[in-house]
Design a protein around this ligand. Structure first.
Ligand code: ADP
Length: 275
């Protein structure tokens, strides 16, 4: 049975418009995101990952093309509708340090609360549920500034869970974390997407983790553009190797993992022996 996409992107060009003209970042993208799936966006720094995430989240306008979310053009969404549809977790440390974890997670309810932000019983249930799903009950009364990077990231994800949106975008949620914390965050997002039928889209540099713990991958490169597919599709098409060629990394088809290109290491050793 054909899956129905949550987000449909057609002929989308992202970028920046200024008085000197347009700066295109990603051109003519056709792609889709699906419910119940974790999709990883991979690409080198400067490839355009954040620009694409910001465009799909409605934070910046596309230069051209079309984005549809849940059957409705993105351009037709009001700010409030969008906040009830997409939650966004950014890499920057929150500026909201002087509060406890429960209060911060409660801010995820902002699209539903009135002007004063007072939480109803229903809102409090959503906060409790999010805290439990993210496994951060022991952190509930801790001040945000006292948390480790990994703990803070889980709290920011719990805030997104509390927002109860069908779609969650995350910009490098595993950056700056130690390895076990990265795995914990990936497992949390993967199981949440599957259990709750959410559409989760995240950028990351953690290639092997993306290979093992995502349903679909978008490969992004300034020159090659964007290729999307399941791991098997991207391996079969040769794109997985192509996108990491010449960057000191080899994709090993046999076990589906990335390896350091030892030939590059030998070349460097040979060069330094001959200086
Ligand atoms: P990534 O997230 O993959 O590192 P970005 O989306 O941040 O890449 O950047 C993609 C390109 O867009 C880069 O060339 C970057 O310099 C450029 N860029 C980012 N922000 C702006 C901006 N506000 N105005 C103009 N160009 C920008």
């Amino acid at each position: 049975m054909k899956q129905v996409e949550t987000i449909k992107v057609r002929n989308l060009t992202t970028g920046y418009r200024n008085s000197k003209g347009d700066k295109c970042v990603t051109r003519c993208l056709d792609a889709s995101l699906y419910p119940g799936e974790l999709t990883c966006l991979l690409g080198p720094n400067g490839a355009g990952k954040s620009t694409l995430l910001r465009t799909l989240a409605g934070f910046q306008k596309p230069l051209s093309g079309f984005v549809e979310i849940a059957g409705r053009p993105l351009a037709d969404y009001s700010g409030k509708d969008l906040a009830r549809t997409i939650s966004v977790v950014l890499t920057e440390k929150p500026l909201l340090d002087n509060m406890d974890v429960e209060t911060l997670v409660g801010l995820g309810r902002a699209p539903y609360t009135g002007f004063w932000g007072r939480l109803s019983v229903r809102d409090k249930d959503a906060v409790n549920n999010a805290i439990s799903l993210a496994g951060i009950e022991p952190l509930r009364y801790r001040m945000v500034q006292s948390l480790s990077d990994g703990e803070r990231q889980k709290v920011m994800i719990a805030k997104a869970f509390a927002q109860e949106t069908p779609v969650i975008f995350l910009d490098e949620p595993t950056a700056f974390l130690d390895y076990p914390s990265k795995v914990e965050i990936m497992l949390l997002l993967y199981s949440f997407a599957h259990k709750m039928e959410k559409t989760i889209f995240m950028s990351t540099h953690d290639l092997d983790m993306a290979m093992q713990l995502s349903d679909r991958i978008w490969l992004m490169d300034k020159k090659l553009g964007v290729k999307t597919g399941t791991h098997e599709e991207l391996i079969q098409s040769g794109d997985m190797e192509l996108y990491f060629d010449n960057r000191g990394i080899l994709f090993d088809k046999a076990d589906g993992l990335f390896k350091i290109d030892l030939k590059k290491k030998e070349e460097l050793r040979f060069k330094s022996d001959n200086i």
